[in-house]
Design a protein around this ligand. Structure first.
Ligand SMILES: C[S@@+](CC[C@H](N)C(=O)[O-])C[C@H]1O[C@@H](n2cnc3c(N)ncnc32)[C@H](O)[C@@H]1O
Length: 206
């Protein structure tokens, strides 16, 4: 009889299973800014960002097992001490493991557009979750968002601004490309092809 295949334990389960925020200083072994990435995919942004910013404690959520595991493995090979990868649905775990006012930056790059109307409810940026992210950021904290889908960019900006995020460039205005920013895996393709990317950098009021 064939044996049941045992899947490996989800990456980052010790954090994803918590009911309340951990002591992040103890988890990482050092104090510093705390940043969140939602949907890190193949990990291009998370890994390079952690390499460039060793002072940042970076928590990446990616619910696809292969991506989450590969990103963690590559992070280990790169010797990154400042990266944690959680194979989990950010919408359910973020509210539990980050205290209000604890995050310095939220990164959201190229979230799935969920083309079918019946799938809209799976989109990360919904009014209630936008409120939650605003609450978890520190005053003055940054929300960095990028997308290749213009109408999703417009609607996410509107939801985030309605939730209370401030757009320093004016309501509904996208941010120009900044060559200093770390591109995500998907973004590298667009930078090479010249296809448009819609960017926003919003702030929680100080
Ligand atoms: C279009 S991909 C973009 C990946 C990456 N940010 C990039 O720019 O290359 C979106 C990613 O978000 C992940 N994702 C979508 N919703 C998620 C959720 N609620 N929690 C965790 N990961 C999620 C998907 O599995 C997918 O890898």
């Amino acid at each position: 009889m064939a044996r049941p295949r045992l899947l490996p334990e989800p990456v980052g389960l010790h954090l994803a299973a918590l009911e309340s925020p951990p002591d992040w200083d103890a988890e990482f072994g050092f104090s510093g800014p705390l940043e969140l990435e939602i949907g890190s995919g193949a990990g291009g942004h998370a890994l390079e960002y952690c390499r460039r910013h060793p002072e940042v404690r970076f928590v990446a959520f990616e619910w696809r097992k292969k991506y989450a595991r590969d990103t963690l493995d590559r992070g280990h090979k790169m010797g990154l001490r400042n990266l944690r990868v959680l194979e989990a649905d950010a919408r359910f775990v973020v509210p539990r493991i980050f205290a209000p006012g604890s995050l310095d930056v939220v990164h959201l790059q190229f979230p799935d557009p969920w083309w079918k109307r019946s799938h809209f409810k799976r989109a990360v940026i919904q009014p209630a979750f936008a409120q939650l992210l605003l609450d978890r950021l520190k005053p003055g904290g940054l929300f960095d968002m990028r997308t290749d889908v213009q109408d999703r960019g417009v609607s996410m900006l509107a939801i985030l601004e309605d939730a209370g995020f401030v757009n320093p460039l004016g309501k509904g205005v996208f941010h120009p490309y900044d060559p200093e920013e770390v591109p995500s895996t998907r973004e590298r393709r667009y930078l090479a092809s010249g296809e448009p990317v819609y960017r926003a950098r919003l702030r929680k009021p100080a």
